[in-house]
Design a protein around this ligand. Structure first.
Ligand code: SF4
Ligand code: MG
Length: 314
């Protein structure tokens, strides 16, 4: 709710604050239990920062994160440790997120150890189960990260996240670093696991095609702001925000009868340390009107489950 994360920009020999980056700038949305909410946007739009503030891996500057009725931003360290059992994160880079000096067994059992779950013997058994659940073999527990492929390492990351029976998984571009053929295997696995263990996903991606298959609803972010949020079908069939339209027109359409006009985005993403005034997208928007340059559009409900931040929809 009204989530903000501003990072200070420091400069000079005294490291004085010379500005700030509004990485997340007043973002509000809900993730319903049992759903997969996809969050999409170009790099630097604040989607990863949003995910990390939810787990308080980064402290938000302002706003609240309500999980199961508790404001995560206000709970004590002790309560936060307990909450972290319910909320786990899967990272983009399965190479960087696994300690190369630890065996797979140690890596997967670490969250169990941190939360004081089970005896050594029980943890060992749980690791074997988890390895099989994610499509690896129990004997892999004694091996090391470098002995696995990218896709296998992401399976290990998923096993580690599942170890403590979480409710919510924040998946930060979990397939972006993988080959296309491996991507779909991991996406299928995640979808199956979601159903099997009644999980809820916040699924972050930079590409609308990745979340298309897996998401129930999709939110689009641009320069720290949520610009559109809708049910999957609605967002892909009737996008309202000019930025969503542009992103969608860049996704190849397999059906040749389904011709869509290609919207070409003018220019690059502006620097988040100096975002445009008014609607942050106005410098690249082909539909902009006078007011766009000066007034920031609010994020409002246009239809039942369709939200958009754009002056074209009063
Ligand atoms: Fe384009 Fe204006 Fe809508 Fe922003 S508010 S997306 S500039 S039309
Ligand atoms: Mg990121």
């Amino acid at each position: 709710k009204n989530l903000k994360k501003y990072f200070d920009l420091k400069g000079g020999i005294f490291g004085k604050k010379v500005g700030e980056v509004k990485a997340v700038d007043d973002v509000s949305f809900t993730v319903y239990e049992g759903e997969i909410l996809g969050i999409v946007g170009e790099s630097g739009c604040g989607k990863s920062t949003t995910g990390k503030t939810i787990l308080r891996l980064i402290e938000p500057t302002e706003g609240s994160v309500i999980f199961d009725g508790k404001d995560v931003t206000k709970v004590s360290e002790e309560d936060m440790r307990k909450l972290r059992r319910d909320m786990q994160m899967i990272f983009q880079d399965p190479y960087a997120s696994l300690n190369p000096r630890h065996s797979i067994g140690k890596i997967i059992s670490e969250p169990l150890l941190v939360h004081g779950i089970g005896t050594a013997k029980e943890r060992k058994k749980k690791v074997k189960e988890l390895l099989e659940i994610v499509g690896l073999n129990a004997y892999h527990a004694s091996r090391y990260p470098h002995q696995f492929s990218g896709g296998q390492r992401q399976r290990i990351g998923i096993a580690r996240a599942l170890a403590v029976n979480p409710k919510l998984l924040i998946c930060d571009e979990p397939v972006s670093a993988l080959d296309v053929s491996v991507q779909s295997q991991i996406l299928n696995l995640m979808e199956n696991l979601k159903n099997e263990f009644q999980l809820t996903y916040l699924f972050i991606a930079h590409d609308l095609s990745v979340v298309k298959h897996i998401s129930d609803r999709v939110g689009v972010m641009y320069l720290g702001r949520m610009v559109e949020l809708a049910g999957k079908e609605e967002l892909y069939d009737q996008p309202l925000h000019p930025y969503t339209k542009a992103l969608l027109s860049a996704v190849p359409v397999p059906d040749p009868d389904h011709k869509s006009e290609r919207v070409i985005l003018e220019g690059d993403v502006p620097s988040p340390s100096n975002p445009p005034t008014g609607c942050a997208f106005h410098t690249r928007c082909s539909e902009r009107i006078d007011i766009c340059k000066t007034k920031r559009p609010s994020f409002k409900r246009i239809a039942d489950h369709h939200f958009v931040a754009c002056h074209l929809y009063p």
